[in-house]
Design a binder for this molecule. Structure first.
Ligand SMILES: C[S@@+](CC[C@H](N)C(=O)[O-])C[C@H]1O[C@@H](n2cnc3c(N)ncnc32)[C@H](O)[C@@H]1O
Length: 317
């Protein structure tokens, strides 16, 4: 499978695996009927799985609800609603009006920031004031907030409020294309989104699952989703014990992680010990950091983090 065929998520998610996906795909087992993406985040891996049935799990209700909401949409009708909301909030629409229309508002390399700041802040206030965050309106607002936010990111504070400032871009052609492809893929493939803590997943309920991909927050890196509800030693141990159970049940797994940060001399001791204990059963496949995007993790451009894909099967070359 080549990169050109891979699909980008409509959600620009911190830690998403798009750039290193071509490497993963060759490590993933072939001819899988049913599989699971256990920490799906923006669903980058889930939507690119080749399987008859895909189950995508994450414990972040906002992200799962947004993915579910976008999945069930008719693209043209959704775009109508999006364009109307953009107009309602006085946000830029460079796709419709052309970028030159907004040139006089552009200062330095701040893109559409100045033009959008007022409308974006109003949208953010209105979204944060909504009591129910899982209505069509709330999901549409959240999607637009992400599109117009700094780095097109999604981020909430400890009170659950969307808390990013305005960004430089808008609902441009690129974002429209990503959304359309995502909706098309969801119509073509059987993808189910489940909002659950991974510890609540009872593998017996999914006994026909053949392969599970796990991309948890990394214990020794400082990703943003560790900030609020945290990923600690307990979660790490629970996950590794779940993977052992999967292995005992004959289910294939692949686990993404970082073994060590070379510059800081920091090791994930729990993971190291687990691998040492299971060295006959589990395989460490090195991931080439050059595939990472510049925004993914700048610190790693020199390969200072040892990123790996751990599998309980030998990779078929
Ligand atoms: C590294 S990100 C996954 C990125 C994803 N593979 C992608 O390409 O977009 C890790 C995800 O784990 C989720 N998560 C954290 N703790 C969790 C838990 N206890 N159970 C389920 N998901 C959890 C976070 O919400 C986050 O989306």
């Amino acid at each position: 499978m080549c990169l050109a065929q891979l699909c980008k998520s409509p959600i620009n998610y911190t830690g998403n695996k798009y750039r290193i996906l071509p490497q993963f795909i060759k490590y993933f087992p072939k001819n899988v009927n049913k599989c699971m993406d256990l920490f799906t985040g923006g669903a980058t891996v889930a939507i690119n799985f080749i399987a008859n049935e895909i189950i995508a799990v994450d414990n972040n209700p906002r992200v799962i609800n947004l993915l579910k909401f976008l999945k069930k949409q008719d693209y043209d009708k959704l775009m109508n609603k999006i364009d109307n909301t953009i107009e309602l909030y006085g946000l830029s629409n460079s796709y419709k009006n052309g970028y030159t229309y907004y040139k006089k508002y552009v200062e330095g390399n701040n893109g559409l920031k100045k033009y959008n700041i007022e409308g974006f802040n109003k949208l953010k206030k209105d979204y944060n004031a909504l009591k129910n965050k899982n209505t069509d309106k709330a999901n549409l607002y959240l999607y637009l907030l992400m599109i117009y936010a700094f780095n097109n990111d999604i981020r909430f504070n400890s009170k659950g409020e969307f808390n990013l400032p305005v960004g430089k871009t808008d609902m441009n052609k690129n974002n429209r294309n990503k959304l359309k492809r995502y909706i098309d893929i969801c119509n073509d493939k059987k993808i189910e989104f489940i909002c659950k803590d991974f510890r609540k997943i009872n593998i017996k309920d999914f006994n026909d699952i053949e392969f599970i991909y796990a991309d948890p927050p990394y214990l020794i890196t400082d990703a943003v989703y560790n900030e609020n509800d945290g990923w600690g030693k307990q979660e790490e141990i629970a996950l590794l014990s779940m993977l052992d159970k999967l292995n005992n049940n004959g289910i294939k797994f692949a686990l993404s992680n970082v073994l060590q940060k070379k510059n800081l001399n920091v090791k994930n001791e729990i993971l190291y010990n687990w691998l040492e204990k299971n060295k006959e059963k589990y395989f460490i496949n090195k991931i080439d950091y050059n595939y990472r995007s510049a925004s993914y993790n700048k610190k790693n451009r020199d390969g200072l983090e040892e990123e790996v894909l751990i599998t309980n099967y030998k990779v078929e070359e």
